[in-house]
Design a protein around this ligand. Structure first.
Ligand SMILES: [Mn+2]
Length: 412
């Protein structure tokens, strides 16, 4: 039996900061649409159940706009013989039970209502139990105790158990159901299907820990791949979940070294288009790439970059059907330092420039006193408590980089 796992859908929200790509006038990048694609995958994969790990609805405010879409999905799943099991999270503890109150109980089940652990057993076509799903739902908006403290469901030597709970991993004083990784690991279950953290991650087990993450990436902090996870129970064994990309938007924060660029506008655009194409090649469901680029490196173009970057948030281009937008680029470039000129100056900048020239084995200005490089590196080593096994070349490189940093600060 296959099971599709998702959570933190936050229906009612839409991917933010899409610039021109959002003014297309449709809701293509909403969490509601992602729910629809998730249902498609479940049907196409002929899964036995869809497991939802909480925060499916963004909150009470989203009741009216999401109730129909959620029902339509559950009904489509039911028509395909697929059950939907869910736990409530801190966002939807109040609204989710009300939104699902009239769904057919054969096909939809809110598991662990009111913060009491509950077991639902999934069976195959012949009525034989395949897997137990243990779940716990948020009983209120804040829960300061670890929900696993109260889990008293027995293990079963014949049938594997998957546990489903929404909570905050390894944040001990979290008001959102703090979960201890160690305690989760110590439970005799095949895997944990968790919710609350929007960035997906999987730690292998048993028991595996799976935060499926939001199927639709919702803001620029949610970089990387977003989708649902497919797992399979074969011969009483739960196999490692695998990722199914679903998000129509991918956010990324690429870093670009501009030091070899000759025209900022042309080279920055080419670099961003290339980034977008590479991302879409890996994530075929993506139609919008939202980039938050960081430009680094030492460049002759430093003087013009602020001006040329000024309107970059207006950038929008469509390449091979992929919409590319930019949100808050960062200029962390530095000017090319004229070390020779600086080295003739008095004071700290001159000292530092002479040190850098000497470290690089370059000529000092006529009449300048050569710094005692070996003694300086020796002192730096001691002052910074550098590891004894750091070789001399690395230590000199570090003194050089630190000196250039200091020069940058003195000169800016
Ligand atoms: Mn949450």
């Amino acid at each position: 039996m296959k099971i599709l796992v998702s959570g933190d859908i936050h229906m009612g929200r839409t991917s933010s900061r899409l610039g021109a790509a959002a003014s297309l006038g449709d809701d293509a990048h909403s969490a509601v649409q992602a729910w629809g694609r998730l249902v498609d995958v479940a049907v196409n994969q002929s899964v036995g159940a869809v497991c939802l790990t909480g925060d499916i609805i963004d909150g009470r405010h989203a009741f009216w706009e999401t109730t129909g879409a959620f029902r339509a999905g559950v009904e489509r799943l039911a028509e395909a013989g697929i059950r939907t099991l869910a736990v409530a999270g801190n966002h939807d503890w109040q609204v989710f039970p009300r939104l699902t109150v009239d769904l057919p109980s054969d096909w939809f089940r809110l598991v662990g209502r009111g913060g009491t652990w509950e077991r639902v057993t999934l069976k195959d076509a012949g009525g034989r139990p395949v897997v137990h799903i243990d779940g716990w739902s948020f009983p209120s908006g804040r829960v300061t105790t670890d929900p696993t403290d109260s889990r008293d469901l027995p293990s079963d030597p014949m049938v594997p158990v998957l546990a489903m709970v929404h909570g905050d991993l390894d944040v001990r004083d979290s008001p959102y159901a703090p979960l201890s990784r160690q305690r989760l690991r110590d439970c005799a279950v095949a895997g944990w299907m968790l919710g609350h953290i929007h960035a997906p991650f999987l730690e292998d087990g048993p028991p595996f820990l799976l935060y499926p993450g939001s199927p639709q990436a919702l803001d620029p902090g949610e970089t990387g791949s977003h989708g649902a996870w497919l797992l399979e129970v074969v011969d009483g064994r739960v196999e490692t979940p695998r990722r199914i990309p679903l998000s129509s938007v991918i956010y990324a924060a690429p870093e670009y070294d501009v030091s070899s660029w000759t025209d900022f506008l042309v080279d920055a655009k080419a670099a961003m288009v290339q980034t977008a194409q590479a991302l879409v090649a890996e994530h075929p469901t993506t139609s919008v790439v939202s980039l938050r680029p960081v430009f680094r490196g030492r460049t002759e173009l430093k003087r013009v970059i602020p001006e040329e970057l000024a309107a970059i948030d207006e950038f929008s281009d469509s390449v091979d059907g992929i919409q590319i937008v930019v949100n808050r680029a960062q200029d962390q470039t530095a000017p090319v330092l004229d070390l020779e000129a600086l080295a003739s100056r008095p004071g700290a900048p001159g000292e530092l420039a002479r040190l850098v020239l000497a470290l690089e084995g370059r000529a000092l200005p006529a009449g300048a006193a050569a710094p005692d490089v070996d003694a300086l590196v020796h002192r730096a080593r001691r002052a910074a408590g550098l590891a004894a096994d750091m070789d001399d070349v690395a230590a000199r490189q570090m003194v050089r980089d630190t000196s250039i940093d200091l020069l940058d600060r003195l000169e800016s």
